[in-house]
Design a binder for this molecule. Structure first.
Ligand SMILES: [Zn+2]
Ligand SMILES: [Zn+2]
Length: 316
């Protein structure tokens, strides 16, 4: 199995001179089995270039599986621009944490309403299936075994552990650490004191995450904030690399990949973040890499650090 990063930003795309090396597209990762089966995790703007690559590879209409962490803009905005959706006979299964598949249908249909986009969802040639996921309820997509994991984010988010070819990786984005409840009110007003029930449910969420990540080869984690930024916005629903290292070390993860980079962090600052946390990770006994657009990582087995080559335009 291997994974490729097509978008590594959080919140909104930031193409431009300051983000050429790490990339400016929002969240999208492609997982590939050794036999070439594919699962797409999140559908941010990075999904557009992925769709173009899949079109070049395809010999005819295909079936695609898309796992969504949640439906904030930076995780779904690439979907209307995913070119295989315009090939008749294509089927696209979208899996997400919503109360019902018909609600997911209306969310995805909503972003292609005629006011926003020239072709409504019902007119798109591909057939879309919508599937609700629930934390802890495991399922299989071809050779991939998928475990959804509850995360701490406004209106909820779900991470995924994927096992395939005898190896495992996990996608943990978006999430705050587990010391306060993140929901709509907090986003508007800031954090509030925790009730005893809140503390119990947050502890359970954190324990379940650590248990699901136990022994995983590679974890891709929402590390949007530096510690000083997190101190100002603890209620926004994102983590720091230090918080991700703590969780991953506890879960005996081999390798942590920093992801969902803040749009304000340009290439030079990203270089500093990468160097700082490579060293902090080494001191804590874990390999810490920093994702960039176009990075491909083999999962499991021997590993050489990837070279950063022209990521600004996405993978070839
Ligand atoms: Zn996000
Ligand atoms: Zn979000």
């Amino acid at each position: 199995m291997q994974i490729t990063f097509w978008g590594v930003r959080g919140s909104y795309p930031v193409p431009g001179a300051a983000t050429v090396r790490y990339g400016g597209q929002t969240s999208c990762v492609e997982a590939r089995s050794a036999k070439g089966e594919c699962v797409i995790v999140d559908a941010g703007t990075g999904m557009r270039a992925l769709g173009n690559k899949l079109m070049r590879e395809a010999t005819g209409p295909q079936r695609y599986n898309v796992l969504l962490s949640h439906v904030h803009w930076d995780h779904i905005q690439g979907l209307p621009f995913f070119s295989p959706a315009y090939v008749p006979g294509t089927r696209i299964a979208v899996h997400a944490l919503l109360t019902a598949a018909d609600e997911l249908n209306s969310v995805i249909g909503g972003i292609t309403r005629h006011e926003f986009f020239p072709m409504p969802l019902e007119a798109v040639p591909a057939v879309f299936d919508f599937h609700q996921v629930e934390p802890g309820v495991e399922f299989d997509l071809g050779p991939f075994h998928v475990i959804p994991i509850a995360l701490n984010h406004p209106f909820g988010s779900v991470g995924y552990r994927l096992d395939c070819d005898g190896a495992s990786w996990a996608y943990i984005s978006d999430t705050a650490p587990f010391d306060q409840v993140i929901h709509k009110q907090h986003f508007l007003k800031g954090p509030e004191p925790l009730s005893a029930d809140d503390k119990v449910s947050l502890d359970a969420m954190r324990q379940a995450l650590v248990r699901r990540l136990d022994g995983v080869d590679t974890v891709v984690y929402d590390t949007h904030f530096l510690p000083e930024e997190y101190a100002r916005f603890p209620h926004y629903g994102h983590s720091t690399p230090d918080q991700a290292i703590e969780i991953c070390v506890e879960a005996r993860v081999r390798r942590l990949v920093l992801y969902h980079h803040a749009p304000s962090h340009g290439d030079d600052q990203m270089d500093q973040i990468a160097a700082t946390y490579l060293a902090k990770g080494a001191a804590a006994g874990i390999e810490v890499l920093t994702s960039f657009e176009g990075m491909t990582l083999p999962i499991g087995g021997e590993f050489d650090p990837p070279e950063r080559t022209n990521p600004g335009v996405g993978p070839a």
